[in-house]
Design a protein around this ligand. Structure first.
Ligand code: ATP
Ligand code: MG
Length: 286
């Protein structure tokens, strides 16, 4: 099929929900019944493949899927040739080295000549090489945290988000070696018809992401402080000013990043702004 693109998303796991919500927020409708391995959108030329995240980089590199959503950790580990189109800002985590809590940690030299258990042999191997540490990498595919307690390894390298799994297994995090978030990847060398569809999708993703990082702000202010307030919340082109029913007052509407809002809140209030409302933006096209 020429005029449709295929995207590989994780079937079930820590990437699935956010991947599918992002697509839905782009206004793309589809049905994903549990257990389904494939579905097609009813209002956008896109087909979904539901896969294990391990398989996504390979499917995209081979062209079985045109696009994929996967964690950078999995992408770098699988070492497949694909293009990264966009960082997506969710499924953030890190890969870290951890050792038993009771051990002194003198620095990376701790690992010299030791056994390290991990599912990330490539990322860990590259890291150790770059740091001139000779250690034995022991590949295991899951439950890496128990390796030290059963005598399989002296340290581990695994995904950490809060650190509670490490703690429960008597381990402590000693080095962060890789930071990861979900990314949108594409097959290298898509034809121009497919590229045109990918561009449309990217346009929508950008609108959703820009919307999320900005807020619509409404406030009331006495007319004499409007100049000051406009300078604090300049908005996209310039703020909208509407007269209030009460003489001498106006309503000011503007768009600004959430950070900018918090940075300027005291000054806004000092300038006389009151009745401040901050409203989420669903989509934003600049
Ligand atoms: P699959 O069955 O698809 O192979 P999995 O068990 O390998 O799934 P998950 O645990 O669902 O993988 O994690 C998927 C990805 O989500 C990871 O590769 C990583 O990028 C990210 N991730 C892992 N743990 C967390 C976490 N605690 N918080 C946020 N993101 C995470
Ligand atoms: Mg996996």
């Amino acid at each position: 099929m020429e005029n449709i693109i295929r995207i590989a998303v994780q079937k079930s796991g820590r990437l699935s929900e956010d991947s599918l919500s992002l697509i839905k927020e782009c206004g793309i409708k589809f049905y994903n019944g549990t257990g389904k391995l494939k579905s097609t959108s009813t209002n956008f030329p896109i087909e979904f493949l539901y896969l294990r995240d391990d398989d996504i980089p390979g499917y995209v590199a081979d062209g079985v899927a045109d696009l994929g959503i996967v964690g950078e950790n999995e992408l770098v580990e699988k070492d497949k040739s694909v293009d990264v189109l966009k960082k997506l800002g969710f499924s953030k985590c890190r890969l870290s080295l951890a050792i038993p809590k009771s051990q002194e940690y003198p620095g990376l030299s701790y690992f010299e000549g030791k056994n390290i258990a991990t599912s990330y042999t490539k990322i860990l191997g590259d890291y150790l090489k770059a740091n001139h540490i000779n250690a034995e990498i022991h590949e295991i595919s899951g439950s890496v945290e128990i390796a030290p307690s059963i005598g399989l390894a002296e340290g581990i390298c695994d995904i950490v988000s809060s650190g509670s799994t490490l703690m429960m297994n008597g381990l402590k995090e000693v080095e962060e070696i890789f930071k990861s978030e979900a990314v949108l990847i594409s097959h290298k060398g898509l034809n121009s018809e497919k590229m045109a569809i990918v561009e449309k999708l990217l346009f929508r993703i950008n609108a959703v992401q820009t919307g999320k990082s900005n807020k619509y702000v409404l406030l009331n202010a006495p007319n004499e402080s409007l100049d000051k307030i406009i300078s604090l919340i300049p908005g996209m082109r310039s703020p909208t000013i509407l007269p209030l029913a009460q003489e001498g007052w106006s309503s000011v509407h503007s768009v600004l990043s959430e950070d900018q809002f918090w940075e300027n809140i005291e000054e806004l209030r000092a300038a006389g702004a009151e009745g401040i409302l901050v409203v989420p933006i669903e989509k934003m096209v600049i």
